[in-house]
Structure formats: C-alpha cells, structure tokens
Design a binder for this molecule. Structure first.
Ligand SMILES: [Zn+2]
Length: 210
C-alpha cells in the first residue's frame, strides 16, 4: 500500500490518463485496478483523469501509481513496465502538448543529429515546465546532454534504495531518441534520482554522431 502526502504540485490530466491507458495495454484492466487500489487511487478505477491539459493530478498521485508498480511487480518488473508505458506515451504527448506540436517534422529536418536531439529535449523541458509544476532543464558537455528534473512527479515523496526510480521518464526519453533517429534502442541512463538520494532526477543522453 502506497500513500504519499499531497504535494500541492500538479501534472496535466492527459499525461496521467495516457500513462494509465498504456499500462492497461501492458497489464490489462484488472492489473490497472490492482495498481490503483494499491496506490489508493480507487477513484480512477471508475473514472480516469480527464482527457484534457488541466492540471488536475497531484505529483503525489502520479508518484504513488509508479510506486505501486514497484510494489506489485518488484522494482525490476515495475520499472520495466513503467519504461514501456513511457515509450508508448511519447508520441501521444507530442500530439497533445502544445509546446511539442511544432516538432512534428523534426525527424526529417536536414540539421545535425546532436542539434535535433538538443531541440527535442529543450522542447520537452519547455512543454513540461509550461504544462505542469515539473521543473526541467537541459545542459550539455562534450559527449552528452543531461535532462534534469528538479521537481519530479515520477518519484515525488519516495525514498528507494534500489537504484533510480523514474523509469517512466527514461522511457519517454528513450522513445524521443528512437523517434528522431530510429535504429537500435538507446542506452540512456538515469544518473541521479531524487528518490535515491540525488539532488535532481537526471538523465544522460550520449550525443549522436553527426
Ligand atoms: Zn524522479
């Protein structure tokens, strides 16, 4: 049973709804009902969050859902499911979030690969900063970009001792890279996680070759 005190920070309804529907594709309706019971989010069993961009979901609710995945499937299984749901959610978010719509032709734009990835990550950061109370920044060094979340809905209020917990975000970023470049799955890592003693949730994405 996972209970996390309300944060006062909020996330858009459709982002939570999309994740729940993708989890339903993976574990079925009964599986999602069990998750929602465990997360004490029973109200969503009968009525999913609305299909709109209103900020109706508290970070603690989103985080409790992901914690319930770890509780019911084990950290490895739960985070595997969260990562896959994140992959599947990415194209829907591109279609739904206003700050991402101008990116729809990005994969085919004739610009260098690293610049494409930088544009996409910055747009994702801007989209979440605008649409939610999540706080994201993008930085880079010679070899990689870092996507950093200072206030994270995926692990809000959690403490974990078995590695970074924000697999749903990792999945979103995985699929962003795959959407841009196709090919092999990426090897991006969550290098720091607030729930695992970090100062932020930070994801390292190696720069693609030109
Ligand atoms: Zn996190």
């Amino acid at each position: 049973m996972t209970s996390i005190p309300k944060s006062g920070y909020s996330y858009p309804n459709h982002a939570a709804r999309i994740l729940l529907l993708e989890l339903e594709n993976l574990v079925g309706k009964n599986g999602v009902s069990a998750l929602l019971n465990s997360a004490r989010l029973e109200a969503w069993i009968t009525a999913l969050p609305a299909d709109d961009g209103e900020r109706g979901v508290d970070f603690a609710e989103f985080s409790a859902l992901l914690a319930a995945l770890d509780d019911l499937y084990g950290p490895r299984g739960g985070r595997g499911l969260a990562r896959r749901a994140g992959w599947a959610a990415f194209p829907q978010l591109v279609a739904r979030m206003d700050a991402l719509k101008p990116l729809s032709d990005l994969p085919t734009r004739p610009i260098p690969a690293a610049e494409k990835l930088h544009l996409a990550l910055q747009a994702l950061a801007d989209a979440f900063n605008q649409a939610s109370d999540q706080q994201c920044t993008v930085s880079e060094d010679g070899e990689a970009f870092a996507f950093r979340i200072q206030r994270c809905p995926a692990c809000w209020g959690r403490k974990v001792d078995d590695g970074p917990a924000c697999a749903a975000v990792a999945g979103l970023l995985d699929e962003c890279v795959h959407w841009l470049f196709g090919g092999e799955p990426t090897r991006l890592e969550e290098t720091e996680c607030l729930a695992h003693g970090g100062s932020a949730c930070s994801f390292r994405l190696p720069k693609p070759a030109a």
